[in-house]
Design a protein around this ligand. Sequence first.
Ligand SMILES: Nc1ncnc2c1ncn2[C@@H]1O[C@H](COP(=O)(O)OP(=O)(O)OP(=O)(O)O)[C@@H](O)[C@H]1O
Ligand SMILES: [Mg+2]
Length: 274
Amino acid sequence: MKADVETRPVSASAAAKARGDVLLSVDNVSLSFGGVRALRDVSFDIRKGEIRAIIGPNGAGKTSMLNVINGFYHPQGGIITFKGKRRHDMRPYLAASQGIARTFQNVALFRGMSTLDNIMTGRTLKMRRGILAQAIYWGASQREEIRHRKAVEHIIDFLEIKHIRKTPVGKLPYGLQKRVELGRALATEPELLLLDEPMAGMNLEEKQDMSRFILTVRDTFDTTIALIEHDMGVVMDLSDRIVVLDYGRKIADGTPGEVQRNQAVIDAYLGIPH
Ligand SMILES: Nc1ncnc2c1ncn2[C@@H]1O[C@H](COP(=O)(O)OP(=O)(O)OP(=O)(O)O)[C@@H](O)[C@H]1O
Ligand SMILES: [Mg+2]
């Protein structure tokens, strides 16, 4: 097993991670909702190929940060740079078409649709032909459809959810719904995957499975991952670097070891005001 890991070829993203190439940078971002200052002058970056955790107590601004990154919220101040280009006027569909996918803190799937069809919706962005073209170029459309189905089946195999491919997701236990949602995000073939509490509400075994999938996604799909998670064991195990938010401010940024020893972080989690 060990030899396997050591002889594994180094992926492009792992090599980029080692070089420290920045995929996304957040500079002095501030976001308010009326009087609530959800993000205050937050700066950090995400390097290509890393698993970057965003942690902090409830209400710290973690989900708001993901919503800024994927263009759902527009910050009042600050700059977001993705793949070297400063972003203006971002919208979620634009972020998606540029390679940013996400899962939600509260699962957001089509409950009446099957696992297969939910994951298939992730391919919509990749479908080149509109309705008219589909009617005219019937054969080519069929081939395209088959190609997308194959990609989706591959994801279903990878996530070990073959047995539920035809099941309406509303009938699935929560842990499996979270897995289907990961599948839909993967179907877009993202460069940057934003995961908002992918293990919330899961038992230990489900968490271990999800951790394994996240690591494999990074290692074999060359996907960079930003991860919000409250389970500190999971965060410390999975992440390369961690940014810590508290009351909308960044209070720490570093490796798991550095963050664990940081007094401001310890105080924030114990609820000590600063
Ligand atoms: N759409 C919104 N309208 C008004 N206030 C909001 C909105 N979204 C977030 N907030 C506020 O911004 C702050 C940060 O919320 P956010 O959801 O980003 O926190 P979080 O770190 O994800 O918390 P949790 O761990 O509970 O999910 C909170 O005070 C929250 O009430
Ligand atoms: Mg949240």
